[in-house]
Design a protein around this ligand. Structure first.
Ligand code: CUA
Length: 171
């Protein structure tokens, strides 16, 4: 079959266009920019959370004088630990990951709000002030019981926290 030169040009152009499209889709999927939720944190295997040293035991950990880290796992349909207990007047960084599907992590009534994507570790830092109780809600549709997926954040006095309300060994 004879192909016109003119037609060859169009053929070549359309192949280039397809390659460009594939390339840009691939770039969009694996290139920079997709890491918006992970915020630089290393990725995690959602199926291996029980073996992960950060998340096998969801907890609140003291890392500085008034600095704490909370390791939180979201899964259908709740958050661990529940409640999350943190001391008043401190800086708490939440590291939140999902064991199954996409969830949300929103401390109701505050601007602490992030998407929780399996394979990613979302990070948000909050400053706590006076003791109070907050609801934690999932704001991403995650299945049949999504509307009932909630947790609790308890900001307690330092002495109450030290008294073992963090659910751990009270360190
Ligand atoms: Cu979890 Cu909606």
């Amino acid at each position: 079959m004879h192909i016109h030169a003119y037609e060859k040009v169009w053929l070549a152009a359309s192949v280039l266009l397809i390659l460009f499209l594939l390339g840009s889709v691939t770039y969009g999927a694996v290139g920079p920019g997709i890491a918006m939720v992970s915020d630089g944190e290393s990725a995690i295997d959602p199926g291996g959370i029980d073996e992960d040293e950060r998340f096998s035991e969801p907890r609140v950990e003291q890392v500085g004088e008034t600095e704490y880290e909370a390791y939180v796992v979201a899964r259908q349909f709740g958050f661990q630990p529940d409640p999350i207990v943190v001391p008043a007047n401190s800086t708490v960084t939440f590291y939140v990951t999902s064991a199954d599907v996409i969830h949300g992590f929103e401390v109701a009534g505050t601007n602490a709000n992030t998407m929780v994507v399996p394979g990613e570790v979302a990070e948000i830092t909050v400053e706590t002030d006076a003791p109070a109780e907050y609801g934690i809600v999932c704001n991403e549709y995650c299945g049949a019981a999504h509307h009932g997926m909630e947790g609790k954040l308890e900001v307690v006095s330092q002495s109450e926290f030290d008294g073992g309300r963090n659910g751990g060994d009270g360190e």
